[in-house]
Design a protein around this ligand. Structure first.
Ligand code: C2R
Length: 166
């Protein structure tokens, strides 16, 4: 008799991750891994404020209506993606400067973090895609007890690594 086991339901997408180029994916995939480990539904799209501005606009305009609660915008060199996204939504936007350019991410750091007043981009460190995911999860955990517990367990695990080290 055929198995009646049903596939697990896909988690609702609560975090949208955008990145400026396919070349960014090895770093940006770390954000996906963190969110998946915490049980947070997310999606990753390659979109660029420079190269695909209309598609960025369409994505951001529909994000909140599709249930997305936090956006993460990653890019190297002149990161205009994060600011452009933040200009078009009231969702919190976390910017990740990437070290893909010739000056190891300093260009991306400054262009991500130095936003004009009223258009905030909460910026993490250079190549900080893991921390962007943790920060997104902490924002969601304010109204999600299961996620708050998962974050606490994760932190406990990290602390355990120090227990037997002199
Ligand atoms: P390529 O490797 O495709 O030439 O891209 C990307 O995030 C990438 O790190 C080089 C770098 O350009 C970045 N990029 C931006 C934006 N779009 C692409 N900073 C943007 O819209 O801000």
């Amino acid at each position: 008799m055929a198995s009646r086991r049903t596939k697990p339901k896909p988690k609702p997408v609560r975090v949208g991750i955008l990145t400026g180029s396919p070349s960014d994916l090895p770093t940006v995939n770390k954000a996906v891994e963190v969110l998946q480990a915490l049980g947070v539904g997310c999606e990753l799209k390659v979109l660029s404020a420079h190269r695909t501005p209309e598609r960025v606009h369409r994505y951001v305009a529909t994000a909140e209506g599709r249930g997305i609660e936090v956006l993460i915008a990653c890019a190297g060199m002149a990161n205009h993606l994060a600011g452009t996204v933040a200009a078009q939504t009231m969702l919190p936007v976390i910017g990740v400067p990437l070290s893909s350019g010739s000056i190891d991410g300093l260009d991306a750091l400054l262009s991500t973090v130095q936003m004009p007043p009223g258009i905030p981009v909460g910026t993490v460190g250079i190549d900080g895609s893991k921390n962007a995911a943790y920060l997104a999860a902490r924002i969601l955990a304010r109204r999600d007890k299961r996620l708050a517990k998962a974050l606490t367990r994760d932190l406990d695990k990290q602390r355990e690594r120090y227990d037997d080290v002199d």
